[in-house]
Design a protein around this ligand. Structure first.
Ligand code: XMP
Length: 253
């Protein structure tokens, strides 16, 4: 089943738009692995996906420990996203993507700044052939994000000024992305991206909680999924925090 359908079904089943950003850190690798496993097992029933980052891949290694965490995420019935932010030439991008897919990931994130031809084309091709997903960064959430994603560029066809992220949203649609990432700290940007993307490309919104974005505002502005890290895993009882967040979203939607 294609990633977009898989995450949609998981969200319906668990009544949750929450993607957990599993960014735990620990000096002791064994403890890091065990804590990650524990959080996956306790929180997954309140989630639609788990997103893994280099916080885990670098210390634990991809093909052994991280691949077995991905297996556990699948046993819990939800997909696993690798937040790789793929951003190189096509040949390298293809290798990176195939490594993540062969270790079980259902989707990868990628940066549209590198373009399609000899950039992200092999990533989209591989994802298509293996029924996986590609999520494009359309506008990030951190304070400096507008310096790149919000800059005005000149449209080469019309000679008119355009905002960079709108062009990335159009590319997400044109390239057949399975999701667009737009920060919860830029609500008007979510609304505008949603006008461009419509139903075809769901918006994933990080930056809620610690970075100041509101989950319900991001969802009301047009995000379909929210990505949450620290406000879950740094809480005293992460599973309870996930359940509370899920229930509060359900109550307001
Ligand atoms: P927190 O702890 O801030 O984690 O809830 C957010 C997670 O999402 C990843 N990520 C992004 N974070 N803006 C963000 O704030 C983005 O545009 C973005 N894209 C991905 C981040 O790496 C962390 O895992």
């Amino acid at each position: 089943m294609k990633f977009k359908q898989q995450i949609h079904d998981a969200a319906e089943r668990n009544k949750s738009p929450i993607v957990l950003a599993l960014d735990l850190t620990h000096r002791n690798r064994e403890l890091l692995y065990t804590a990650s496993l524990k959080l996956i097992r306790s929180a997954s029933r309140f989630l639609c996906a788990v997103k893994i980052n280099r916080q885990l891949v670098l210390p634990l290694g991809l093909h052994d420990s991280v691949a077995s965490l991905v297996d556990e995420i699948h046993r819990q019935g939800i997909p696993a996203i690798m937040d790789a932010k793929i951003n190189d030439i096509g040949h390298t991008n293809e290798f990176i993507t195939s490594e993540y897919f062969s270790s079980g990931f259902d989707a990868v994130t990628a940066s549209p700044f590198v373009g399609y031809k000899d950039g992200l084309e092999p990533v989209f091709r591989l994802a298509e052939s293996e029924q996986r997903g590609v999520l494009l960064l359309v506008h990030m959430s951190h304070k400096g994000a507008a310096e790149g994603y919000g800059q005005t560029i000149i449209d080469e066809k019309t000679g008119q000024g355009r905002v960079q992220f709108e062009v990335f949203a159009e590319r997400a649609l044109k390239w057949g992305a399975d999701g667009a990432i737009v920060g919860a700290t830029f609500l008007d940007t979510i609304k505008r991206a949603n006008e461009i993307l419509g139903e075809k490309v769901p918006i994933f919104s990080p930056g809620v909680g610690v970075q100041g974005g509101s989950p319900s505002d991001a969802l009301a502005a047009g995000a379909k999924y929210i990505i949450v890290g620290r406000s879950i895993y740094e809480s005293e009882d992460p599973s309870r925090a996930t359940e509370k967040l899920r229930n509060s979203i359900m109550a307001t939607s």
